[in-house]
Design a protein around this ligand. Structure first.
Ligand SMILES: Nc1ncnc2c1ncn2[C@@H]1O[C@H](COP(=O)(O)OP(=O)(O)OP(=O)(O)O)[C@@H](O)[C@H]1O
Length: 406
């Protein structure tokens, strides 16, 4: 069915008191971004709801985009008719005819926002209900408590709107309302899921990715960019910062005992992420660590690594089991990409048996063998920033290499 309007309910936003305006403005901007390309659509963010005037745009395509916008609790596609009871009856009958194929229970719920309209809420419920029962005697029965169909009628100044569907939105808070964070994005399963969860709580992210050519390939870099493109559908676009890590890894390998290679490497990664956060006004660093999953993800390891910054390091998947993380990765369509077997800079340089309980003092002492400032400066001077949009493709540009792996 082609609808005239989508009515959006904010959910969690309405509980946010004085921040409400900020939230609604941001959601309006995010919806506008998500509906880029639908030029005829008009968005009206109001205090309690948002009305999206379709002006002929395909309602199912618009709804597919809306499902990915955080901050939307539910939305309802609506038909609009003139402020006239005859027109309401015709539209309601059309909806029932198209949507109800088997006997069902129903109720009418009217909301009244135009006090100039002669019928009251109760009267509309009763009269429209009686009309539909007469029109569809074998199909409809009334159940006001647990109906299969809740036909909502909203009487407004601009017309009367009817809807029978309440579609679940993405929930969460509008991206951008919680400030900016730097996401340490590898090509693995966990960090894209952590990024998704951070965005769901309103964080706008910039991706920080460490790569080590020639030890890591162009394809490994392309994979992380493509993961970013998958995540960009939740916010429109994301800046991807690639940080060259080869010199650091080679130096660490040369100067640090094997048991501490990984810890010192991670300290350098975190130092660089923190430096980028400061420079680019990020408020926190996010990563995909999950407690106890691998050697670097013990609490002792976190102590030895986190030591390099006072900036908050947030770990959205910290307490998740791997199976729970994979489930989300599948839902957000990053899993298949994440399991492509391209090498990550960490795996290339990871020793066979890294210390699972590194000692903080030793980690500091080993790191002091390096020219940390110089290494960092050179890496930061050579970063490259790319703006990645939802749907951008990077891997398919190299079909041959891709085919070899299959
Ligand atoms: N090359 C990289 N660039 C940016 N961040 C990285 C990189 N490698 C690792 N990280 C960060 O460190 C975290 C821990 O990485 P590690 O390889 O130990 O764990 P993981 O469980 O395999 O994580 P993931 O599945 O996200 O790769 C990652 O989730 C990510 O946030």
């Amino acid at each position: 069915m082609q609808y005239d309007e989508i009515m959006v309910r904010y959910g969690e936003l309405s509980t946010k008191g004085r921040n409400q305006k900020n939230f609604i403005d941001r959601l309006g901007a995010n919806v506008t971004k998500a509906l880029h390309g639908f030029d005829q659509v008009k968005i009206h963010p109001q205090r309690d709801r948002m009305h999206i005037d379709l002006n002929g745009a395909d309602s199912s395509q618009v709804m597919d985009r809306l499902k990915q916008v955080f901050g939307i609790q539910t939305f309802s596609p609506s038909l609009r008719v003139e402020s006239d009871f005859e027109a309401v009856k015709q539209a309601a009958a059309k909806m029932i005819r198209e949507q109800v194929k088997e006997p069902a229970t129903f109720k009418i719920s009217t909301r009244h926002a135009d006090h100039g309209f002669p019928m009251g809420t109760f009267e509309m419920n009763r009269e429209l209900g009686a009309y539909l029962l007469k029109e569809f005697p074998d199909l409809l029965t009334v159940d006001v408590h647990h109906p299969d169909i809740d036909l909502m009628v909203e009487i407004r100044k601009s017309g009367i709107y009817l809807t029978s569907e309440k579609i679940k939105g993405a929930g969460g808070l509008p991206v951008g309302t919680a400030g900016k964070g730097m996401m340490m994005l590898s090509g693995g399963i966990d960090s894209p899921v952590a990024a998704y969860l951070a965005m769901k709580r309103g964080v706008s992210l910039e991706m920080v990715h460490f790569y080590s050519p020639p030890y890591t390939s162009e394809q490994a870099l392309a994979k992380s960019k493509e993961l970013t493109s998958k995540l960009a559908k939740y916010c429109g676009s994301i800046k991807f910062i690639q940080v060259p890590f080869t010199e650091i890894q080679e130096t660490v390998k040369e100067k640090i005992p094997e048991g501490y290679l990984m810890t010192v490497q991670r300290r350098l990664m975190l130092r660089l992420a923190a430096a980028l956060a400061m420079k680019r006004h990020g408020l926190a660093i996010f990563n995909g660590e999950s407690l106890g999953q691998v050697a670097s993800q013990t609490m002792e390891s976190m102590v030895a690594i986190n030591d390099v910054t006072t900036w908050p390091v947030l770990r959205p998947v910290l307490s998740f089991d791997k199976t729970e993380i994979i489930k989300i990765a599948e839902e957000i369509d990053t899993y298949e990409l994440s399991i492509l077997p391209y090498e990550d800079c960490c795996t290339v340089f990871t020793p066979p048996s890294p210390k699972t309980k590194p000692n903080l003092k030793r980690a500091r002492a080993y790191e002091a063998r390096l020219d940390v400032e110089g290494l960092m400066q050179r890496a930061l001077e050579n970063i490259k920033v790319t703006e990645i949009h939802a749907g951008d493709e990077f891997l398919n540009q190299n079909q041959d290499v891709f085919a070899e792996l299959l």
